[in-house]
Design a protein around this ligand. Structure first.
Ligand code: NOJ
Length: 891
């Protein structure tokens, strides 16, 4: 195992080859298309003015006030890649009891560790549309991170949002819609953070494709060019929900936004995240994406990960030694460093990590009991690094429940499903496809899961966990139908008799994707080679099986949408199930559905189009290589996924939210009630002045050079990153800083004066608190009108009034709920809500959320409720305060 993890790290390290060991304040930028602009936004707002964080900030102030310059610097950076047990390890201040923090992947479980649970991926969780499960999975993940002694969980991921169906990492998040992502992320964060683990919302923002994402010696990372309204209404939305949920950490993306690299984009970090969204925690860079040093500090970055320059392992950092120097020579204000260090320490206090928080008891670098403590150092002291602590408890149960409730039945002609095991004995069930059985080399045999061999339970890259086992589909099927015939091949046997009419065939196919640094079967993270086709000639296998058998079930393990056209209309392909990426619990979760122990209740977290070109070029295709900076311009604006299809009346093959059941549901007795009315056009203004932050209390004088001296007789570990300067460097820097003889070339608009007032959309965590006022409440009675037990999904889509001055998508998901398992005839009342923000648009001119109204409008907003974006059953009108059953949805 050990060498695998080490190699993962190496590809990560070699993935970026820019020899930047000097600090530049502003990277020369490639021109971006007209209309896209990354404005300067300074200074970095102080943290600590939100009341729920005040106590943590006060404690942090008491601790940080005692720190020397070098100590403060040491906790704002990692100590170098592979210089400790975790994927990221910060410096510590042992003298004051502030430990190294352990930052660990991934969003679906503890990565590179033994005795953990490999949970279903984010996309699978999104497909459950079940808030309880989103939360319960977060609780279990949080417990496992705590049990392993991590401090910071590097998840959830909501960026990529899923703009491009071919994008490599969409499966780490919850689906191609900001509300689905936002609600799932907030519940995940609550679950994780209630265990005393800091969650990280990532990647801010626009990392919608993998290829060309990184800055390196030959090229800048691509620029995601996003207009202000699209940013607010789509890509920022889930980040705002995460901040509102109190997320402790945020990670910037590799790419640039509007020409400015995210790790040093002052508009994004200072302006949007810290000012408008009022983020109180710490902002870290994605691994090895930090490219400027002073510029990123000024732009609001607080934690440099994993510490090295983007050519790692030479003992160089843009912070650590260089940040100490930059503070002494006056280029980075002392005030900024105080805020950085205070944000780190306050976040640690906020989640109670000062009390009995376990130390890491595992190593990402090896599976052996003993090993080097600092593998990146080459010559390192050794000792015990793995204690093999089993943190799984009964988490397989929530993992299995998520996997099961995500299974999405797309088609079920002649009610072929559920199967009756009794009818299939005697050789009447045949299973085809290598995806039905665990990888024969072992489920963890490929580096960072970078192969598609055997059952596909997760994509590849950093967003993974090691499987403790794989409950594979064929194993679970054999428990039901012991004499099932299994053809463990992706090509149909060339000799094959004629099956009986009542025989059933099941075909397993898959589609994989992952992170850019590893290529799998020609796919560079994104599905650039396979496109939307099933891998391993899966479409042909389905066609061949469908030629022979009359009853065919297709089971799909996939990272996202697939082109189903090669076989979806074949008469013998009667049933199709998307099992998404189930993690370790692929088998029983599936057979429970196949054999009717439960009805399927998953719904698609994205649309499946008939052809890729049903979506516009800007999202249907990946950006290819160009000289200079690749420009990925979001010319489709708000119109991605179903928003685009509905605007252009394009029928998808299967709509966003689609999912069948073995039973039927009615939606009746709907009501709508205004809660906060009348709604003013814009939210009430935030308080005129910002509450004071403790950060303003520190001295901002340049400290004595002696605070940066390396302690006498200190014995260094080679290539480990330290904050200390040699005496001569410290004295020289201090002389510059105190004489003001040299001024730093600050970016335009640079200022050190904290803004006195909030932006109109700001004033609380996530933005103006009034944005979360419940404006309307909708209730609906869901009744199981069929013959089998089942769970129903209720999805609420908002339609803006006609005649408003803003162009808006026809329908937009705003809330969802799921019933418990309802017995035939049983019903349950569900409550869904619309907040002020839900009924607002982002007004670019006013820089605020505006509730649009139309003159002479009686109906007001329409809240459509139903089982899918194309199966809306009830319309509720805010103006009339009533609901209508059987209304015809607008598209
Ligand atoms: C790069 C990935 O983009 C990020 O998601 C991950 O958390 C870090 N590497 C650490 O592995």
């Amino acid at each position: 195992m050990g060498h695998h993890t080490a190699t993962v790290c190496l590809w990560l390290a070699l993935g970026s080859l820019t020899p930047v060991s000097f600090a530049r304040v502003v990277e020369p930028r490639d021109p971006v298309p007209q209309g896209y602009h990354a404005a300067s936004y300074y200074p970095a707002p102080h943290g600590g003015w939100v009341s729920s964080w005040r106590e943590a900030y006060e404690k942090a102030y008491a601790l940080v006030s005692q720190m020397t310059l070098a100590e403060k610097v040491n906790i704002t950076s990692g100590v170098g890649i592979y210089m400790g047990p975790c994927v990221g390890n910060t410096g510590s201040v042992d003298r004051l009891g502030f430990p190294q923090l352990c930052l660990q992947d991934s969003a679906l479980g503890v990565a590179s560790a033994d005795n953990v649970t490999a949970f279903p991926a984010g996309i699978t969780t999104g497909a459950t549309w079940d808030k309880q499960l989103m939360y319960a999975r977060g609780v279990a993940i949080g417990k496992e991170f705590r049990g392993k002694g991590a401090n910071i969980h590097l998840g959830p991921s909501v960026g990529p949002l899923g703009r491009k169906p071919l994008g490599g990492r969409n499966w780490e998040g919850f689906g191609s819609d900001p509300v689905l992502q936002g609600k799932a992320a907030a519940l995940h964060i609550r679950g994780v953070q209630e265990q005393g683990i800091i969650a990280t919302i990532k990647h801010l923002v626009g990392n919608e494709q993998e290829m060309y994402r990184m800055y390196h010696i030959f090229q800048e990372g691509y620029s995601a060019n996003i207009d202000d309204r699209t940013l607010h209404e789509l890509y920022l939305w889930p980040f705002a929900e995460a901040v509102r949920a109190g997320v402790g950490a945020a990670m910037t993306a590799y790419n640039a936004v509007n020409g400015s690299a995210c790790s040093q984009n002052s508009y994004l970090i200072n302006g949007i995240l810290k000012d408008e969204l009022g983020f109180q925690g710490l902002v870290m860079s994605d691994w090895l994406s930090h490219i400027s040093g002073v510029g990123s500090a000024l732009a609001g970055l607080d934690l440099n990960m994993p510490g090295d320059t983007n050519i790692p392992l030479f003992g160089n950092s843009l912070w650590q030694y260089e940040l100490t120097r930059a503070v002494l020579n006056g280029s980075v204000p002392v005030d900024r460093l105080n805020d950085m260090a205070t944000r780190v320490v306050a976040t640690w206090y906020k989640f109670g990590q000062d009390k009995n928080h376990p130390r890491p008891n595992f190593s990402s670098n090896t599976r052996s009991r003993d090993g080097p403590l600092y593998p990146g150092a080459l010559f390192s002291p050794s000792g015990q690094v793995n204690w093999f602590v089993n943190v799984q408890e009964d988490h397989y149960l929530v993992a299995r429940q998520v996997a099961q409730d995500a299974i999405t039945l797309l088609k079920n002609n002649d009610s072929l499903l559920p199967l009756d095991a009794g009818d299939l004995t005697g050789g009447k069930l045949s299973v085809f496809g290598t995806d039905a059985q665990v990888n024969p080399d072992g489920p963890n045999s490929c580096l960072a899961r970078a192969c598609n061999k055997g059952t596909l339970g997760m994509g590849w890259g950093s967003g993974i966990a090691d499987y403790p086992y794989m409950d594979d589909p064929i194993g679970a099927i054999r428990k039901r139908v012991p004499d099932v015939k299994f053809y463990n091949t992706d090509s149909f046997p060339w000799f094959f008799g004629t099956p009986e009419n009542d025989e059933v065939a099941m075909v397993f196919i898959s589609s994989d994707s992952g992170e850019n640094t590893l290529t799998v079967e020609g796919n560079h993270g994104d599905r650039d080679s396979a496109k939307l086709r099933a891998w391993h000639d899966g479409d042909k296998l389905v066609q061949k099986v469908a030629e022979k058998f009359k009853n065919v079930i297709v089971v799909v393990h996939t990272v996202g949408p697939l082109d189903l056209e090669p076989w979806i209309e074949l008469p013998s392909v009667k049933a199709v199930l998307f099992a998404h990426l189930p993690g370790q619990e692929a088998g029983e979760s599936l057979t429970n559905v196949l054999f009717g122990d439960v009805s399927p209740s998953g719904h698609l977290p994205y649309s499946i189009t008939r052809k890729a070109s049903d979506l516009p070029d800007s999202i249907a295709n990946l950006k290819g290589f160009t000289w200079g900076q690749v420009q990925d311009t979001y010319s489709e604006g708000l119109y991605i996924d179903y928003r685009y299809l509905q605007k252009h009346s394009i029928q998808p093959r299967f709509a966003f939210g689609h999912g069948l059941s073995y039973t039927n549901f009615s939606f009746t007795n709907a009501t709508i009630r205004a809660i906060t009315t009348p709604l003013s056009v814009t939210p009430p203004a935030p308080p005129a002045t910002r509450p004071a932050s403790v950060v303003a209390k520190y001295s901002t004088d340049i400290p004595p050079a002696s605070e940066a001296y390396e302690p006498a007789g200190f014995s260094r570990i080679w290539r480990y990153l330290y904050p200390w300067l040699s005496k001569s460097d410290a004295d020289a820097a201090h002389a510059i800083g105190t004489s003001k003889s040299k001024t730093y070339p600050y970016p335009p608009g640079y200022s050190t004066v904290q803004r006195a007032s909030f932006p109109p959309a700001g004033g609380g965590e996530g933005g103006n608190p009034a944005l979360w006022d419940v404006a309307y409440e909708v209730t609906v009675r869901v009744t199981n009108t069929g013959k089998r037990p089942g769970k129903a999904s209720a999805q609420l889509y908002l339609q803006f009034p006609e005649g408003i001055e803003y162009d808006t998508p026809v329908l937009q998901l705003r809330d969802f709920e799921k019933t418990k398992e309802l017995q035939p005839g049983e019903s349950q009342e569900l409550k869904l809500t619309l907040t002020r923000k839900d009924v607002s648009v982002w007004d670019v001119r006013r820089q605020n959320w505006v509730v649009p109204t139309a003159i002479d409008d009686k109906k007001g907003f329409t809240a459509w409720v139903g089982e899918a974006s194309d199966k809306l059953k009830v319309a509720c009108y805010t103006g009339e305060g009533r609901c209508v059953e059987g209304a015809k949805q607008p598209v």
